[in-house]
Structures are given as C-alpha cells and as structure tokens.
Design a protein around this ligand. Structure first.
Ligand code: M6R
Length: 350
C-alpha cells in the first residue's frame, strides 16, 4: 500500500509532481469574480499557511486587499463583510470544524464562499457557493504534504482569475507553474543529502526557521511539520523580527533553517544578512536557496538548492525540503511518522 516507501508521508511527498500537475488542469468554478473587492481566507494549520501565501499573490496580481485568518479566531470575530467580499475556505478534508464554522459565520453575513478542498462531496464544499477541487488524491499521513502543494496551486489559479477579472495580468506565471512538476521531480531526486541533515537535527534542543515574504509562511510550515512529527520545539519567524526578540533564543549550535529568495529578488540580500546575524551568534545554518546562489555559501553550514521560479511561486519548491527534513528527523527519533501522538487527520471537533 505504501508503494515501497517506509511511510505514507514519504509516498505522498513523492506524489507531489503528479498532484501538482493534475491540479493545474483544474477547471475554475462558475463564480463571478468581477465584483470582488475584498478577499478573506479562512483555514487551519497547514491550510492556513497556504492561505497566507495566497494572500501575497492576490495582493500583488489582482491588487485586491486580502485578509488571511485562522478559522478558529475568525469564527468568533465580528468581521466587516459585504456583497463584494469573497471568502475562501481552504481545507484538505473538507470536514474541519473551525473552518466550517468560519464559513457559516461568513455566509450568515452575506459573503460568497469559495471552497478549496481535496475531498469530493465533503461538508465544506457542500456548504460553499462554489468549489475548486485540488487533485492530490487521498492523503493518509496526518502531516499534510501533497495537499499543501495542491492548495497552493489552487490559490495561484484563483489569484490569476481575480487579476484577469480586473483586467490585470501576471506575466510568465502560467508558464512557470507548468514547469513546477518537472522541477519537483528534480528536487526529489536529489533529496538524499537532506536525509543526512536530519540525523544531526534529531538531537537538537530546538530548531528555528526563518523566512521573509512568502518564505515566512514556509518557515511556519517547516516548524509545524517538525513539531507534529518529531515532537521538537520548533518555531518559525519572519526574519525581520529577529532583532525584536527571537534572536535571544540562539546559542552555540542552534540549528536555524533559512528560506532565501532568489538572488534577483529585492529581499535576497536582507535575508543573507539575517543569516550572517544568526551565524555570528553560533547558529548552525541550513540554507534553502536558489540553485547557483553563490552569496549564501560563506554563511551556510549546509545549502539545499532548489530550482529557479518566480518569487511568489517559490513555496511550491522550498517547502519540499522542509517536509523531508521533518519526516526523516521524526524517523531518526523513532517516531511513528504517519500517526503522530495526540493528532487526528481531520479535526472535526472544536
Ligand atoms: O483538513 P484541513 O486541511 O482542514 O486540516 C487543517 C489542519 O488540521 C491540518 O492542515 C493540520 O495542520 C496538519 N496536520 C498539518 O500537517
């Protein structure tokens, strides 16, 4: 059943190229995007991280304000919603109670709701005005991997559609998306080196993750994966926040996993100097950077190269080393990767 892999999670990580390719072919639902003036995204856990990344894309491509909310918080708020508000609920299972309640809360106030979901006929799509199904196939491991990548693809497609509805375009993005499945294959073929790093991580007292812009939710996602699978203290930070507190956590040998934007990106040099800062305080830096990025080498104890893609799409690639790191670190610590303690695949209670 596990197709020769030790864990469902490894099988599902390996399925990501085809899951992304299939989701790229998804038909956009029949929903009028032209009157949308504001977007609110609601989700939990990993799906919330996908929503955060969607927020950057929708703002940049469609020039529409986008709030991204934890469903468990949103459902108890008194949000500003009108007919021009599109609420997007993201859920792999389609059964997450908090996300469902957030959706009902939004609908009761007159919002239109679009679901992004991986499970046909589940409750969240049934109660939404429209649904965009991701084509990840069944996800068995508790830790979400291929569902996350396909949620991202669906979010990007919605972002492009919202942009088109306003007469805007995002040059080069469609082509770049089409290249991602092959880039994922390349990345997965060279994942052996990541496994080696996991053996060292397994004995760390804590692991920190840093990123900027879309690299920030990727850092949060990396930390969440390590918490849930390896039961280690792991935190993700926006790298610009370091000096406002988190840098005090760093001592000799603390592993810090850094997500670096492409060398052509305006934030690249900022991130490199953040890496220098943590290294100067004793951190052991594991750097996820674009292939051929020479600038990171002097400050990196290890570099994980990823193929080049436009900045907003980078999470489709930079997340994958995080998934493998968490999976292998948990395995090295002797944990049941597919069934972590205290967790359920779908959280149908509050
Ligand atoms: O089924 P959903 O996408 O609504 O689930 C949301 C979260 O419970 C889920 O992403 C959770 O955080 C995963 N275990 C993360 O790996």
């Amino acid at each position: 059943e596990k197709g020769g892999y030790d864990f469902y999670m490894l099988k599902e990580i390996a399925e990501q190229p085809q899951a992304v390719a299939a989701t790229l072919l998804t038909r956009m639902p029949d929903l009028d995007f032209s009157g949308v003036q504001k977007v609110i995204i609601v989700a939990c856990g990993t799906a919330y991280h996908a929503g955060m990344i969607a927020g950057y894309a929708i703002e940049q491509w469609a020039r529409i304000g986008c709030d991204v909310e934890l469903a468990s918080e949103f459902r108890y708020r008194d949000p500003l919603i009108d007919e021009g508000t599109l609420v997007i609920a993201i859920s792999q299972s389609g059964e997450t109670m908090d996300t469902l309640m957030a959706l009902r809360h939004a609908k009761a106030q007159g919002a239109r709701v679009l679901a992004i979901c991986n499970t046909n006929g589940s409750t969240i799509p049934r109660e939404s005005d429209a649904v965009l199904y991701t084509h990840g196939g069944p996800e068995i491991a508790v830790a979400s991997t291929k569902a996350f990548l396909t949620q991202l693809v669906a979010c990007y497609l919605v972002g492009l559609r919202l942009a088109a509805a306003r007469g805007l375009s995002a040059p080069g993005v469609q082509e770049a998306l089409r290249a991602v499945p092959d880039q994922l294959r390349t990345l997965l073929e060279s994942s052996g080196a990541i496994r080696e790093l996991a053996y060292d991580l397994a004995t760390a007292r804590q692991v920190l993750f840093l990123g900027r812009h879309v690299g920030y939710p990727v850092a949060l996602e990396g930390a969440l994966k390590l918490k849930e699978l390896a039961y280690m203290h792991a935190e993700g930070f926006a790298a610009g926040e370091l000096k406002h507190g988190p840098i005090a956590l760093i001592d000799e040998g603390t592993p810090v996993i850094c997500v670096v934007p492409a060398p052509t990106d305006a934030l690249h040099d900022k991130m490199v100097s953040n890496i220098q800062e943590v290294r100067a305080r004793g951190a052991r830096t594991i750097v996820i950077a674009e292939q051929g990025d020479e600038a990171v080498a002097p400050f990196a104890d290890a570099v994980i190269p990823v193929p080049a893609t436009p900045a907003l799409l980078a999470p489709l690639l930079t997340t994958v080393p995080m998934q493998i790191l968490a999976c292998e670190t948990a395995a090295a610590r002797g944990h049941d990767v597919d069934q972590p303690r205290n967790l359920a695949k779908s959280v149908t209670v509050e």
